[in-house]
Design a binder for this molecule. Sequence first.
Ligand SMILES: Cc1cc2nc3c(=O)[nH]c(=O)nc-3n(C[C@H](O)[C@H](O)[C@H](O)COP(=O)(O)OP(=O)(O)OC[C@H]3O[C@@H](n4cnc5c(N)ncnc54)[C@H](O)[C@@H]3O)c2cc1C
Length: 497
Amino acid sequence: MTATVQDFGPEFTDYLRDESRRTGRAAAIALPRNEDEVRHALQVARQRGWTVTPQGARTGIAAGAVPEGGLILNLSHMNHMGPVQPGERITVEPGVVLSELQTALAGRNLFFPPDPTERSASIGGMLSCNASGALSYHYGPTRNWVRSARIMLADGDTLHLERGMKARARHVDLVTGAGRRIRTELPLLDMPSVKSAAGYHVRPDMDLLDLFIGMEGTLGIITAAELQLLPQPHCRNALTAFFPNEPAALQCVHFLRGETGIRLPSPPAAIEFFDAHALNLLRQAKAGNPAFAKLPALDSRFHTALYVEFHSEDPAPVEESILLTAEHLQTAGVGENDTWFAGSAREIETMKDFRHATPEAVNLLIDQRRKQHPTLTKLGTDMSVPDPALERVMALYHQGLAGAGLEYVIFGHIGNNHVHVNILPRDMDDFQRGKALYQEWARAVVALGGSVSAEHGIGKIKTPLLLQMFGESGIAAMKHIKQVFDPEGRMNPGTLF
Ligand SMILES: Cc1cc2nc3c(=O)[nH]c(=O)nc-3n(C[C@H](O)[C@H](O)[C@H](O)COP(=O)(O)OP(=O)(O)OC[C@H]3O[C@@H](n4cnc5c(N)ncnc54)[C@H](O)[C@@H]3O)c2cc1C
């Protein structure tokens, strides 16, 4: 067709999917190597009346990168990393993969704090979803680490947005690369106070850059991003503690967050959770699949686990925090042999691999079940609630699942009251019951002041949940924003709305 845009053929079938395991369809695909080729691809799409689905590394789990016809615009070939600039900043193209960035920075003793568990994610995808991860408990989501970004709109025009370019109250006044003026009023939206990646981020006086972080490819294409880096923390320590029951682990979360009257001198950088079912799944994976053979053995008395990581410039506060945590663990019935400690980067990586093994084991199990039930997928939640609602929401999950007789695991970012419940349906009947339960939880989470998506985004599979969270008027307000930047509705249709 053209050098940049190719007809869609069977050799591109992989590009119809992401980690949601949903499969889409497309008329054409472009794998641009620079901004000019992105613009050209967008122009071709416009001439042909195609919609455009941006893609990064397709590790998303909400089907945001799954095309519903039109053009796939995959940014993975735009993967140039600039030099580190004074002030510890780096400008990268969107296709740069997180693990490559991390490796490049480690050699310079620098790090980029956002860490979605899946390190093959691209920077463009991370910005577009406002990705988080374990370390977001301390460092916040991707949004906090972006200084500026270039966005190409559906008509090929560009926006260069720097931190500090603000809305005046709700008034937006931007000039595009072609000199076009974009003026609009931001709607009033009730944003949750919890960790959230659900819908557009809108606040009076906001940095306008933040509107485009978390837009899930619905407003334009991120073609470059300037990231804020940090020096590697001098001291990094971690522990994984295994509890005899779940309430003791939840009580430890309150302790670690400083809610029980003791403040740790070095507050945790990450607090991660594994319920009893997640530990059992890891035991089974280790026993039955050579790919998991390297996982450490889990004693049968280990019921629930927490992974805690500490970062500090100075060893003393971390050492004291670990000591205080160990004292707390003893009172919670966690003996010395029930805790693993990691003091080197390598040991921490091994513990993180253990964390990553949980969603991987889930995906493999579901892939096996799909052989019998091809339309089966896991049902993975991504909801967060305010601190005081932690026990309530955990009880809601366990009781609902036990009542419905469903298989499941729960793991994730409990420091932010943000766990992933993964329902593991055995057949389509399980799937339907799980889906109904998920809807029920979403209603409850919204009523508790939470978010229906804390980090994965809404994509194409959680649009009813976004409606539940923001109501008809909130959705209409978000559609108004989309209309301003993408008047022809070309960008990533079916995502968010
Ligand atoms: C095992 C596993 C664990 C995970 N754990 C986490 C986790 O802990 N935290 C977390 O946040 N996420 C997690 N994820 C989800 C996923 O890794 C993140 O959402 C990631 O940010 C997606 O990046 P990507 O490059 O793969 O984007 P894709 O999946 O390709 O796309 C995601 C969205 O971004 C849009 N997009 C991509 N690139 C661009 C661009 N350049 N311009 C505009 N829009 C674009 C797409 O249209 C789509 O809507 C996990 C995924 C897996 C498989």
